[in-house]
Design a protein around this ligand. Structure first.
Ligand SMILES: C[S@@+](CC[C@H](N)C(=O)[O-])C[C@H]1O[C@@H](n2cnc3c(N)ncnc32)[C@H](O)[C@@H]1O
Length: 212
């Protein structure tokens, strides 16, 4: 096949891939990155594909952009929820992204150059973010696969997040599980849940916990 015909074919395939991505609201290169991360660390990646647009938007809508303070995202992965937070009107400079996987951290730094990307373990957020927050956080948004951790660790994570937050500000967590990832009845904590998001693959629900 002549070179020109080959180049033409390459452009056609490229265009078809972009159309497919737009139609389905996904990025194929992120899907590949995710599958690779899941193969390497299934328990900490917790999913074989990034969150879909509807789930990401549902999470972001629990964050009020008019409440002052940083917005902490735990386990941002390739950034679908981060993008939804920006679309909700959160300035990128307010974002603190805590991610375990160094490949995802590199990607996040290139996609969100004015956000703060912290490579580390979100379960150590008190130590990790201790000196970093100049004021209480406006929200903590988590994509961590909580249910792969023992309940004691999940409760510790919620306690640490609520300590970083303004009173009444949300800790937002999604789960594929039917049960809440953290019990809904805890002393001094209010919990609420979204409808089940059937359009996500797999279907998910968003849980929100606040002090009060
Ligand atoms: C289920 S994926 C969600 C990714 C992204 N938020 C989304 O919705 O597509 C979980 C993410 O949490 C990260 N992660 C898992 N355990 C972590 C930990 N202890 N500290 C920081 N990040 C962690 C994984 O590397 C992965 O990017």
């Amino acid at each position: 096949m002549p070179l020109e015909a080959l180049q033409q074919l390459e452009r056609t395939i490229e265009r078809k891939i972009r159309l497919f991505e737009q139609k389905n609201g996904i990025r194929l290169d992120d899907e590949v990155r995710f599958i690779r991360s899941w193969l390497e660390r299934p328990l900490s990646t917790g999913a074989v594909t990034p969150s879909g647009r509807v789930l990401a938007r549902t999470m972001a809508r629990y964050v009020n952009p008019n409440i002052a303070g940083p917005v902490v995202e735990l386990g941002p992965g390739t950034g679908p929820v981060t993008e939804a937070l920006l679309a909700e009107g959160i300035a990128p400079e307010r974002l603190i992204l805590v991610e375990f996987n160094p490949v995802f951290c590199q990607l996040l730094r290139s996609r969100f150059p004015t956000a703060t990307v912290v490579q580390g373990d979100a379960y150590g957020m008190r130590r990790l973010l201790g000196g970093m927050l100049q004021q209480p956080a406006a929200a903590v948004v988590s994509g961590l696969p909580l249910v792969t951790r023992p309940i004691r660790m999940r409760l510790g994570l919620l306690r640490d997040a609520l300590e970083l937050l303004r009173p009444g500000a949300p800790f937002v967590q999604f789960t594929y599980a039917v049960m809440p990832p953290i019990p809904r009845k805890l002393a001094g904590v209010r919990a609420e849940a979204s409808e089940r998001i059937w359009k996500n693959m797999p279907p998910a629900r968003v849980w929100v916990y606040r002090r009060g």
